[in-house]
Design a protein around this ligand. Structure first.
Ligand SMILES: [Fe+2]
Length: 125
């Protein structure tokens, strides 16, 4: 069992608040291609929806929730910090997943490597 002095709950929130306050806000990344670059496979309308609506909403919500978290931490409100967890995970995950998604697409297309193609064919046969 840890000694009570191992956890100084009054110091942890202040340290975390200082870290949170120094972070910059999340931003919606620019795409490396135009919205219509993937047509006719993916329409410009769908690309705009996912970028300007979905991804932008995740980024905005994540920034708002991080501000609320910093406030809860500065006030030592652990109950609020815990309550913010699901929203932070959901919106943080949406932001990360979309950021990865954009980099997995290319207007130039291309073929999978021989190894990847073999794995795809093996899985789908
Ligand atoms: Fe999306």
């Amino acid at each position: 069992m840890l000694a009570r002095s191992a956890f100084n709950f009054t110091r942890i929130p202040a340290q975390t608040a200082a870290i949170s306050a120094s972070r910059s806000k999340h931003t919606l990344p620019d795409l490396a291609y135009d919205y219509n670059a993937l047509e006719p496979v993916i329409s410009a309308e769908i690309m705009q929806l996912h970028h300007q609506k979905h991804h932008a909403t995740y980024v905005n919500n994540l920034n708002t929730l991080e501000e609320k978290l910093a406030e809860a931490v500065s006030k030592g409100n652990v109950k609020e910090q815990i309550a913010l967890g699901p929203g932070l995970r959901f919106n943080g995950g949406g932001h990360i997943n979309h950021a990865i998604f954009w980099t997995n697409l290319s207007k130039d297309g291309g073929e999978p490597s021989a190894e990847l193609m073999a794995a795809i064919k093996a899985r789908n046969s």
